[in-house]
Design a protein around this ligand. Structure first.
Ligand SMILES: [Zn+2]
Length: 377
């Protein structure tokens, strides 16, 4: 029932449309027309102008003639770079890119699989609940489109994002993350003439970092200082340094605790760094920007959406493997907004490299599973 030729052609067309983050307009145009042909109503929000993209998040509704809560399907229309003049090549049933660009199977394989599933539902007159399809922009830039999503447009309480590697894999857990940026301010002085009149921001940062719990904290939690920048020259006691980092955990309490330990290390070391200059005590100081990068995704095994996917997989004799992920995705944002969403593997592999690929056969398999899931929803 799945048409592999139609899948090939659809993927070829989409891969040929360059759609790096912030420049998704051509892809949005194509998808709008494509989903209208499939009977979908298409709307946009107005996020693009706020975040510097030439497009907006797209909201599609496909009626299906069956009562019940709609099912949400989520994908993203942007890709990582290099994505200039992508030339998809199909050889032995596998799509790769001809040149040094990425292929864009992340996330176009997922979009193609949704389109094929809808084609089949229509051809076979299979009744289904309404589908709400969200296609976000700028996912690859830190879930920027999803973070600005207009959730008021959505009625679905559960959904599936199609956006992970492999086949017959479902992601139900992903960590939450906090991100921080710290500026430490000391006191500038000539390093050779009067170093005692300076407070070295680099030294404070070094002491604080040495105290921070970093790397793998435990099986659920990681922390990292990923960027450090500061100082002017070898002969100047540095006045300023900035550092950026993150904490991730599958456990909200651990996330908070590790973040607190990092902040405390910084505050303690800044507090200790003081000198007396001309009878006056001079202090170091800091400014801290700390924010939630993305919320926790933790869909329990008994959740209806997981039961639904597993039942569909079992029906096709393809038991689905339930796994945790180490990174955040649009699904984290939906879960943070109370929509139970898991992530389904789309067959793509070697993503974010010029060796990225996806086989037509795997896209056929995912479309087939998707039809069965939607039919049962
Ligand atoms: Zn992706």
């Amino acid at each position: 029932m799945i048409n592999s030729q139609r899948i090939s052609e659809e993927f070829q067309r989409q891969a040929e449309i360059d759609s790096p983050s912030y420049r998704e307009a051509a892809m949005a145009d194509y998808l709008e027309k494509r989903f209208r042909v499939l009977g979908g109503s298409v709307e946009y929000d107005d996020v693009g102008a706020k975040i510097g993209s030439d497009s907006n998040n797209m909201y599609i509704r496909i009626p299906g003639g069956k009562n019940g809560d709609p099912l949400l399907l989520s994908v993203h229309m942007d890709t990582v770079t290099p994505a200039e003049n992508v030339e998809p090549v199909l050889k032995n049933g596998i799509f790769t890119s001809a040149g040094e660009t990425i292929l864009g199977a992340d996330d176009k394989a997922g979009i193609v699989e949704i389109i094929e599933a809808i084609e089949v539902l229509k051809e076979q007159n299979i009744p289904h609940v309404s589908l709400e399809i969200v296609i976000t922009i700028c996912e690859e830039q830190g879930l920027v489109g999803a973070k600005h999503l207009d959730f008021g447009r959505l009625q679905a309480k559960q959904g599936i994002a199609l956006d992970t590697t492999g086949v017959d894999i479902v992601i139900n857990r992903a960590p939450a993350a906090n991100r921080f940026k710290v500026d430490i301010f000391g006191l500038e002085a000539h390093a050779g003439v009067c170093p005692e009149q300076g407070i070295s921001a680099i030294e404070i940062a070094a002491r604080a970092i040495a105290r921070m719990p970093l790397g793998r904290i435990d099986e659920e939690t990681t922390a990292n200082v990923g960027k450090i920048e500061g100082g002017l020259a070898s002969n100047i006691v540095p006045r300023q340094i900035s550092l950026c980092g993150e904490v991730r955990s599958h456990n909200a309490d651990k996330l908070r605790l590790q973040t607190e330990l990092i902040v405390k290390a910084l505050e303690d070391e800044v507090d200790r760094a003081r000198i007396v200059l001309n009878g006056e005590t001079r202090h170091a100081s800091l400014t801290l920007e700390l924010h939630e990068d993305f919320p926790l995704m933790q869909v329990p095994p008994e959740a209806p959406i997981l039961q639904l996917i597993q039942a569909a997989g079992n029906h096709l004799s393809r038991p689905q493997e339930i796994r945790a992920a180490g990174g955040g995705s649009d699904a984290n944002i939906y879960n943070g907004q109370g929509i139970e969403m898991v992530i389904l593997a789309t067959g793509m592999s070697k993503v974010h490299t010029s060796n990225e690929q996806v086989s037509v056969e795997d896209m056929v398999r995912v479309s087939e599973l998707l039809v069965e899931i939607i039919r049962r929803a």
